[in-house]
Design a protein around this ligand. Structure first.
Ligand code: G6P
Length: 357
């Protein structure tokens, strides 16, 4: 039942916990059941350029999807914040596709971008949760994320399912939906998220160490950069603390000036770029900053440097690890907000769906 909290204290917590089952359901829907037809229509599809547009958390999902389209399909994909795209006179050519990502399907800026693409005569596709929404009705093709109702204002399950849907679209274009490894990779994602849900108390312990600090800088490289942005957004939305996401390599170009004993750097690192991160950690530590690393388990070279280490198992998730890591940050934001006593499901000044400009 999506409209009650069940045993959970908040809708946000409930929605985080729903993710393993929803991930499994979405994979079955698109690979084995009714959704397959929709995805098969993308087989061999190639657009000269994709224009991905969204707001907030959905924009971060767009950044994840861009990487899939570029790396798996070698297709150009630009990602824009909807309120920017609509006023910047984007170059839109015939054959290109506008792809709009939205939980509600009613976000005013995103809808305006869709209108703009339609005026320019390019096709519009959506990755959307709400069947029958304005975005859904006006799109040439819709890829539903089947998240059920999302009540927490801070979006959690919608992000995971938007990014997963984009990944499935990418594999559909590649023509590899029948690769048995795909289904097992997604099952593994669901299992790993399930493990995080079962061990959420260890993330609470990390939250207890840092929740009184003044500011939080999330860093990530490559496929983890969008996750750094999303982790910071989640935290600022519900815990009312200053948090920003940065590309790890940019730390030296500004944010390092902020580092002192009241600032926490939450570094998201995959096994791919672990060595580069060691020097970043040393730099932060040298300035007395608090270092939290979310990284691969059994990494003694970095574990002993961090004030808190969140060990994750990246094995077997070459493409989906960003979605997994993100769930750890969802829990971290939740626990920090809870310790601060904020209104987690209805944070001040925020709306679930922004239907005015
Ligand atoms: C609001 C919500 C966010 C959401 C964004 C885009 O800011 O608080 O959680 O990511 O709108 O909403 P959409 O419905 O288009 O995904």
């Amino acid at each position: 039942d999506t409209t009650t909290k069940g045993p959970y204290e908040h809708y946000m917590l409930k929605e985080i916990h729903e993710q393993p089952a929803l991930v499994d359901k979405l994979a079955a829907f698109y690979i084995k059941n009714e959704g397959r037809k929709e995805l098969d229509s993308l087989k061999g599809f190639k657009a000269p350029a994709w224009h991905l547009t969204a707001c907030g958390t959905a924009w971060h999902a767009g950044l994840v999807i861009k990487n899939y389209f570029e790396q798996i399909n070698r297709q150009r994909a630009d990602v824009d914040i909807a309120s920017e795209f609509r006023y910047r006179e984007p170059i839109l050519n015939k054959g290109e596709v506008g792809l709009f990502i939205s939980q509600s399907g009613e976000t005013a800026d995103t809808l305006a971008c869709q209108e703009l693409c339609k005026e320019k005569g390019i096709e519009t596709f959506s990755i959307v949760n709400t069947e029958g929404s304005t975005l859904f009705r006006n799109s040439d093709k819709n890829f539903l994320i089947h998240a059920g109702v999302e009540i927490g204002v801070a979006s959690t399950k919608a992000f995971t399912l938007q990014a997963l849907t984009g990944y499935l679209m990418s594999r559909a274009m590649e023509g590899t939906l029948d690769d048995p490894k795909l289904f097992s990779e997604i099952q593994l994602l669901s299992n790993r998220i399930g493990e995080l849900c079962a061990q959420s108390d260890s993330l609470k312990e990390v939250a207890e160490k840092i929740y009184t600090k003044k500011g939080f800088i999330f860093t990530g490289r490559g496929k983890y950069f969008p996750i750094a942005l999303e982790g910071a957004l989640k935290l600022k939305e519900i815990a009312y603390v200053h948090a920003e996401g940065y590309a790890a390599g940019e730390l030296k170009h500004g944010p390092i000036a902020l580092i002192d004993e009241n600032i926490v750097n939450i570094a998201v690192v995959g096994p791919e770029l672990l060595e580069k991160t060691v020097s970043n950690v040393e730099e932060v530590k040298a300035r007395r900053g608090i270092m939290v690393v979310v990284g691969p388990k059994n990494s003694p070279e970095i574990e002993h440097l961090a004030d808190a280490y969140i060990p994750l198992d990246f094995n077997g998730l070459p493409n989906l690890s960003p979605l997994y890591v993100n769930v750890a940050l969802q829990f971290l934001a939740y626990h920090i907000a809870k310790l601060k006593g904020t209104d987690i499901d209805k944070p001040r000044n925020l709306a679930k769906s922004v239907t005015v400009e």
